[in-house]
Every structure is written in C-alpha cells, then in structure tokens.
Design a protein around this ligand. Sequence first.
Ligand code: 5CA
Ligand code: ZN
Length: 418
Amino acid sequence: MQSWPAPARSRLPGRGFPLRVFDTATGSVRPLAAGPTARMYVCGITPYDATHLGHAFTYLTYDLLARVLLDAGHDVRYVQNVTDVDDPLFERARRDNQDWREIARNQIDLFRTDMAALRILPPTAYVGAVESIPLVIELIEKLHGRDATYEVDRDIYFPIGAAPHFGEISHLSHDMMVDRAAGNGGDPGRPGKRNPLDPLLWRAERPGEPAWPSPFGPGRPGWHIECAAIALAHLGERIDIQGGGTDLMFPHHECGVAHAEVASGVRPFARTHVHTAMVHLDGHKMSKSRGNLEFVSRLLVRGVPPAVIRIALLGHRHTAEWEWAPSLLDLARERLARWQAAIGHERGPDTRPLLDDVRRHLADDLDAPSAVAAVDRWAGAALSTGGDDPQAPALAHAIIDSLLGVDVEPIMAGGSSV
Ligand code: 5CA
Ligand code: ZN
C-alpha cells in the first residue's frame, strides 16, 4: 500500500540523546537501547471516521519517537498497518449503504492527506490487512504446527494457554480482561471455547461477508493475527517498539504478541511497549463508537493552518489523557505567531541551549510540552533582548523543523511572510 510523502527534515549539528521511554509492560521509563536500525510497529487506522484528533495524537507520538531516534543516529524501520477488513468497517458500510472497499479507499486517502499536512513522518512500509492475507494464513499454519490452534464450529481460535506469558503487557485481572475483550471485538461468552479470552484467528465465511480461500476453508482473518503477521513478516521476530493507543493494550497487543512469540519461539517479541494516552472530547474518549469526534480535515477546511493543529497537539505528553478544546487552537496560533516573528529577525540569541533543551526533553519520554516551552523561551528572548547571532534564526528554524516537525514560516519585521 502506498505510504504518504515524507516531509523535508533539516539537518542539525551534533547528535541527539538516547531515548528513554515509558514501557507499559514494566511500568517504568527505560532506555530504548535499540541497535543501529530501530524497528517499530505501530497499529494503523481502521479506515472509517479518519482522521480524528485522537488518531492524529497517536501518530504524532510515533513521529516524535522516530525523529528522536533519527537525531540520535539510528536508522528507523517503521511499519504501520491499515485494518482494511474488520467488523466495524462492515457495520459502517451497511449503515451508509456503501461498499466497504470504497469506504476504506476514501478514508485511507483522507488519512494520508491529513498525515502529510501535519508533517507526520510516514512509515517505511504501509501495509493493508487485505493484501497481507497470505501472511496471515502462513502464520496460522505455523501456530497450527505448534499445536496452538483449535476449532469451534469451523472458526479457528488461539488457546492463550499456549502462551505462558499472556497478560504480562497489560497486567489486568482475569475479570478485567474478559470485560475488555467483550468491548473490543472479542467473544468471551461463546460456548465451546477453551478459555473465554482465546482470540479468533480465522473466521469462517458467513453470508454477506467477504471471504478468502485458505487451507482451513474460506473466511477472513481475526484482528490480532493480522498485526502479528504483518509485523513478523516486515520487521522480523524481535522488534524494538510496539505502539498504538492505550485502548489497544488489551486484548489487541497482548494477543498479537502471544501469537508472535508462540509462532517464532522468540521472547520478547517487542522490547518496549509504548502506548499513547487517549484524547477526550465532551468528557469521554474521542471515539468512533460514541461519535464525539473532531477531524483534522474539518479544521483544515475551516482554514486552520496544519502547523497550528500540530502545535496544539504538541502541548500534551503522550502518557497523560487530555481533553480537546477549540481554545487550544487559539493558544497554538499565538505561539506560532511568536515563533514566526522571532525567526523573522535578522539575528537572534545563541541556539545551543535551545538545541540541547529540545533534544533533552524529547529524549526524556517524549516530553514535547517542555520542548515547546524551550522554543518559547528562545523566541521570548529573541523578541525582547534580541541577540546578535546572525545564524540563530535559521538554526532555530531547523531545530523546530527537525525535532518538533513544525515548519515555521518566518515573518519579517515589516510583516511580510517569506
Ligand atoms: N486498526 C486498529 C489497530 S490495528 C485501530 O485501533 N484502529 S483505530 O482507527 O480505531 O485507531 C487508530 C489508532 O488511533 C490506534 O492506535 C488507536 O489506539 C488510536 N486512537 C483511537 N482513538 C484515540 C483517542 N481518542 N486518542 C488517542 N488515540 C486514539
Ligand atoms: Zn494493530
């Protein structure tokens, strides 16, 4: 599947700091300790109701993470999927009397456009579930060979009893796991399952649903096995970062990791589990099911510059939930104007402390708000006391562009923008 165009990235002097990041499985901030090539898998959208600001905040998290790794001298191999075959997508297609393939196509296009507008670094491989069905079949066969599949009325399940470390990412009680599985596409109440938490690997064909041929009969993949198959095939048996929103911790990531580890025999599949906290609106998680959404494209159509949206999102840490409010755009607009004016000056204050601060804050568990505050301090000094370094405005521009992903168009003192 086609990814979106990569934004230009300015070069910076020196090197960034090694990243420390909060890992869900251990519940602690730890050094990432990736090799020269960092491997990252991030769960992509199910293509309907894209791109809301919760999606945007999640993909901004991994954009910042990739920027920190690149700045520290790593290559980044980044894979993201598209869940372009799934129950919620079919439900939406039925509701709107549209073809699910067409909804998926249009929404993936919209998502790409929004990501490019927000200058989110694209994955090196952007991979659809439909195009990966042969990989899924191969992985189910591998699990079958390891005695880690069973059948319930032609559907194929994964026995979590085959995964001795099941539960060690999310650390939930059995009852909480059952509850979360029920609310996230699972079927804990289905008779005939060995364990209520066992996830579906292959769903046999049902009338009115799309199906693909397989050695276990026509049908379609379960959700978690798709991401496991794509990650294993495109990144290998061990990755550095598994990412997505906190809503994916259980059952999705727990099950996907169990599939990968049982199939490969390599543990841990993911060295670090990074989860982005949920963006809320009207007091609840911004979600398709509730419909409390604000869209990137709606803001863009209203004339909000993409840099303003990005700055509004950068004001929040990825580890804490927050509530969207339109007033955040006003604050971001004012902030951008100050940065533009500061960079429009012919000279400015020394940028070495700025570069050091932005690098240090981002390497500290992606502390974007503190990095933004460091830019504010530099811009404040540029606008008040001035500074006499003729290189400073261009360097500040490069720092903000390369590490925060904001391309600040300078506004010259006369008011014209360049
Ligand atoms: N296709 C699956 C993953 S394989 C999926 O969860 N799709 S999604 O469209 O529902 O969500 C896409 C990404 O956005 C996921 O990583 C999800 O965790 C994240 N996300 C969804 N809602 C929010 C929100 N309100 N705040 C932050 N992130 C969110
Ligand atoms: Zn996923």
